[in-house]
Each structure stands twice: as structure tokens, then as C-alpha cells.
Design a protein around this ligand. Structure first.
Ligand code: BGC
Length: 371
């Protein structure tokens, strides 16, 4: 992190920032992939979604080589899927809808291969989630724009843009890997942002136009009571809706539909201990308060000059760090459904900790965009 920024942080934040950088760098495999969580058996993969935010966080603290390595790793992993992706695109363009398990996955092994069925669970774990591809294209664009470089793999960018153009209207799983029977606002925001980024990187107007089509569909169909909603068939608010403005800029931070969405997140999803839930009715490990989401709201609050919200988020997140300053995925102290903690502990062990994505969002909250 540029030392001037590090200097402005409180001692606690400085310590946690340095630890966060170390956890993300230690969690980066020599291949370039960021593991989701080094100690959690079910998270020994690299998710495009988590990884793209880790890369953004590394860029923000000046570790641009780490981000470059991740983006190169994604390009390599996706090149291996080129022939599957091409045949999926042909089928979709012919009006066929392939089975979800034939689609490109959301997570890869650290070597950039496909996960084998049964490796983690003996039941299929939803892997068809389009948001990761959009987020990756978006962050690849930000990375090269910030560095002023152009050495990205344009064939891969074009492949992913064609894949998203062909798939965006299909039903996929949401970013929480749970709901697969519909369309999701945060997924569409990621796809639109990714297509715009691909259009800019390649100078291809057709991807910009497609990005606008996806954005218009989102704006026309995912607003209820003047605020964004989680799904086409789901009126609830979801904290992941923050991505619509931050970072994807589908609408500006002061857009009234977005500001009402943030107000609904604060009123519906503020947990008992001061952290933020994913959505009401969440039962994963009891449905607790998430470190990365509280940080996301804090990041938003800092950028919108809500000092009170920013300080509260920072304080809550710092208090979730373990003795070794690891940030878990969620806190189970103020869960929505306490009877659902134990079944998950028996199935997968204690909550994932450290979670690289939690550390990435903390770093973005405390300093991204600050001078
Ligand atoms: C979350 C995903 C995340 C994955 C790995 C899942 O529990 O719902 O959003 O990508 O963990 O961190």
C-alpha cells in the first residue's frame, strides 16, 4: 500500500490492512489463482467472483503484479475451455438451452482445471453462475486502464463477451450459489458491466450495445417500491445489490432507486451485532452477518461521505478479526436461524476463516479511491 495511505490509518486498521495483504498474497497459488479460503476444505478453489475482488484490492494497495498474475491465470483457465465455450455459444445461438452442468463453471481448481464431480460434495454444487464472468471482464478492464497496459488476451475477452451475450437470458444460479430458478439483479449488473468493459477493451461497439440491452432489462424489471430487488420473481432486498452502483456504475451512487436500495439494506439487513446480512431468510451457517458485505456498505459510505456509517462498519469489521487477525466469511453471533449453524458445522466444519474475499473488501473499504 502506498505508505502515505497506510500512514493515515489508525493503528488497528494499519495492522489489519497489512495482515489482509499478507493473507491475500499467501492465498495466491504460484499459478496466479487466489484460493477462496486456505483452511476451509470446501473452498479450495478459485472463484472468478472472489478472485476478481481480490485482484481489485491488490491493485488498490499497489500490488499490481499479484492482480496481473490472477488475470493471466483466468485467461489460461478459460483458454482451456475454448472449445466447450464455442459449442455452447453455437447451441445457444441456435435456440437450444444446454443443461446447467454443461455450462462453464464459476470456480476452477488452482491449476485452472474443472473441479471433478464429488470432490467436495456427493451432490451437485451449483456451478452455473454468470456473474463471475462479468465481474472478471469488468475488473480486467479496470486493471489495464489503471496501469495503462493493453497486454490482455483479446481472444479470451472476445470469447467471454460472446459467451455472456449468448447466455445472459438463461436462468443461472445467483452469486450466493443458491437460487437457480430465475434471473438475478446483481448477476445482470455484473454481466452488463463486463460486456461494457469488453467492448471498451476490444473497441467493439456490439458489446457496448449488448451491455446497454442487459442494463435496460435490469432497470425495467428489477425495481419494486422504488428500489432494486433481488430477483425477477423475488422482491426481497439483497446486500449484493450494492454492486449495481459500486463498483459497476450501472447507475450513479446518488441515483434515487439506488439510494432507496441502500436505505432498505440498512433497515432490513442490519443484524443484531451491527453487521449486514445477505438477505432475509438466509440459513447458511444460520444466516449471519457477513464481513465482506458490511465492508461493502462501509466502502459505499466512505465514498458518499457518510462518515458515521463508514466508522461503524470499520469498527464492526475490525472486531470480527480473530486473534491472528483473520477475517471469517460471516459472524454467527447474530444469526437469523440459530438451529441452522450446527448442521453446516457437521457438514463442512466451522465457518471459513480467513476468507480472502472478506480481506479484499476490508481493504477496499478503508482506502480504495482515497488519495
Ligand atoms: C458464497 C459465494 C462465494 C463462495 C466462495 C459461497 O458460500 O455464497 O458467493 O463465491 O462461497 O467464497
Amino acid at each position: 500500500m502506498p505508505s502515505s495511505r497506510l500512514f493515515q490509518l489508525s493503528a488497528k486498521d494499519r495492522e489489519l490492512a497489512l495482515r489482509s495483504i499478507k493473507i491475500i498474497l499467501d492465498g495466491q497459488s504460484p499459478s496466479g489463482a487466489y484460493v477462496a479460503s486456505p483452511n476451509f476444505p470446501s473452498y479450495q478453489y478459485s472463484w472468478l467472483r472472489d478472485g476478481a475482488y481480490c485482484a481489485r484490492a491488490m491493485d488498490s494497495v499497489g500490488n499490481t503484479d499479484s492482480a496481473s498474475k490472477f488475470h493471466r491465470w483466468v485467461e489460461g483457465a478459460l483458454l482451456k475451455q475454448k472449445s466447450s465455450a464455442e459449442s455452447l455459444i453455437v447451441s445457444l445461438n441456435n435456440g437450444e438451452v444446454p443443461e446447467m452442468d454443461e455450462m462453464l463453471p464459476t470456480r476452477y481448481t488452482l491449476d485452472g482445471a474443472l473441479e471433478k464431480f464429488g470432490e467436495v460434495e456427493d451432490f451437485p454444487w451449483p456451478n452455473y453462475q454468470l456473474d463471475g464472468y462479468g465481474i472478471w471482464l469488468y475488473e480486467l478492464g479496470s486493471h489495464h486502464r489503471n496501469l495503462g497496459t493493453t497486454d490482455f488476451n483479446s481472444d479470451v475477452v472476445d470469447l467471454v463477451a460472446r459467451y455472456l451475450s449468448a447466455t445472459w437470458e438463461t436462468k443461472c444460479f445467483d452469486c450466493w450459489e443458491e437460487i437457480g430458478d430465475g434471473h438475478h439483479a446483481s448477476t445482470l449488473a455484473a454481466i452488463s458491466a463486463g460486456l461494457k468493459s469488453a467492448g471498451t477493451l476490444l473497441g467493439e461497439v456490439k458489446y457496448i450495445r449488448k451491455s446497454e440491452e442487459v442494463r435496460d432489462f435490469l432497470l425495467a424489471n428489477f425495481v419494486r417500491d422504488g428500489r432494486f430487488c433481488k430477483g425477477l420473481l423475488d422482491d426481497r432486498v439483497d446486500s449484493s445489490l450494492l454492486c449495481i452502483a459500486l463498483p459497476f456504475e450501472i447507475v450513479p451512487l446518488d441515483n434515487p432507486i439506488f439510494t432507496r436500495t441502500v436505505a432498505a439494506i440498512r433497515s432490513d439487513l442490519l443484524g443484531d451485532t451491527g453487521g449486514i446480512y445477505r438477505y432475509l431468510g438466509d440459513t447458511y451457517y444460520g444466516g449471519g452477518e457477513w464481513i465482506l458485505l458490511t465492508s461493502w456498505l462501509g466502502w459505499h459510505d466512505r465514498l458518499t461521505n457518510n462518515q458515521y456509517g463508514f466508522e461503524n462498519a470499520k469498527e464492526w469489521v475490525v472486531n470480527q478479526a480473530t486473534e491472528t487477525l483473520d477475517l471469517p466469511e460471516q459472524s454467527t453471533k447474530g444469526v437469523q436461524e440459530s438451529t441452522m449453524i450446527q448442521p453446516w458445522v457437521e457438514r463442512w466444519g466451522s465457518v471459513a476463516s480467513p476468507l480472502l474475499w472478506s480481506h479484499a473488501m476490508y481493504l477496499l473499504m478503508i482506502q480504495e479511491g482515497a488519495n
